[in-house]
Design a protein around this ligand. Structure first.
Ligand SMILES: [Zn+2]
Length: 155
């Protein structure tokens, strides 16, 4: 298992000197969710939408019954906007959050989150994290879900 230094120092070395037009090559100025869904095809999938020194925004699609590998984060709180379907967050301490389209879910750092699509339709959620987004995988305390994948991973 790798060891991660914490807290993370974020170095911002690309500063704006004044008002400027958007630079080419960055995150798209406009993302149409329906177009991403059509391009990505059948779930499960995830697609990075915005990435800079402080933001890591990812659109995630899960089929019914699908979800994430339970994990927690050392350095940042994570939040999501549910764009479709019905999702359940199983959290450390026996806390359960059920959410549907247009709901916003916030989970503080250190809290294991196991997210599952508990509906009958495709679920879509926009995940907002901070780079470097280290994931520390941990069995779900509620349903016991665990796997033998890598114990840590950086998004
Ligand atoms: Zn997470």
């Amino acid at each position: 298992m790798s060891t991660v230094e914490s807290p993370v120092t974020i170095v911002i070395d690309r500063l704006a000197a004044g008002p400027t037009a958007p630079a080419a090559g960055g995150s798209p100025l406009l993302t149409r969710v329906a177009e991403v869904v059509a391009r990505m095809g059948p779930a499960p999938w995830s697609r990075r939408i915005i990435a800079d020194e402080r933001n890591l925004v990812t659109l995630i699609a899960s089929p019914p019954g699908g979800g994430n590998r339970p994990h927690w984060h050392r350095e940042f709180d994570e939040w999501w906007v549910v764009l479709g379907g019905r999702l359940r967050w199983e959290l450390t301490g026996g806390v359960v959050v059920n959410a549907a389209k247009d709901d916003i879910v916030w989970v503080p750092r250190g809290t294991v989150h196991h997210i599952r699509n508990v509906g009958d339709d495709l679920s879509l959620r926009l995940a907002v994290a901070m780079p470097p987004a280290w994931h520390v995988y941990h069995p779900c305390e509620q349903c016991g879900f665990a796997d033998d994948g890598p114990r840590e991973w950086c998004a």
